[in-house]
Write a protein that binds this ligand. Sequence first.
Ligand SMILES: N[C@@H](CCC(=O)N[C@@H](CS)C(=O)NCC(=O)O)C(=O)O
Length: 197
Amino acid sequence: MKLYWSPQTRSTRALWMLEEAGVDYDLELVEIRNPRRKDSKEFRAASPMGKVPALVDDKIQMSESAAICLYLADRYSSGTLAPAIDDPLRGKFLYWLMYTPAVVEPAMSEKFNGVEPNRGRSGWGDFEFMIETLESGLKKRTWILGKNFTAADVMLGSSAVFMRMFDMLPESKTIHAYADRCLERPAYQKALSIDKT
Ligand SMILES: N[C@@H](CCC(=O)N[C@@H](CS)C(=O)NCC(=O)O)C(=O)O
């Protein structure tokens, strides 16, 4: 299996997920910050937009960090990092797994770019509503589904850490404590240390 990656990007969450799943993988650096970068055909087949992360696993070629996390959890850690397909928690799992690309990231981007929000019209509500919803989802829970850590936490935890890094995370004991718990996980620490090399 090969992960196409670039340090300190959304590919860190795919690295974290690979470490949580405990599978063997190779890394290939994509020099996204190099204006003269030359992408391999294999990378572009997996990532039509040329964005990282992308994953190739035998005949599987894919990109989009949430899709990669879901694939790895279902394929290599079903019942642990992803509730099984018939588990009643599966619905909540999918909701929270998709919350990052569908709600957190558009709301962050809107706020960061100073775009006028429209809670009713935008699929992501607005930044404040996104934070309130995440906060209430995490209240009194160790992980987003309760006691068990899943791929949804890789997506949400990496987003919380990312917002904190960019000084966008408001005063929220619940979300800050969650980000800290995520950062304490050895698999996340391993991914961050690979990112630094
Ligand atoms: N929705 C995608 C976003 C991927 C993305 O935006 N990747 C950025 C790095 S964080 C990238 O590859 N940028 C370089 C480029 O667009 O050429 C995901 O979650 O994987």
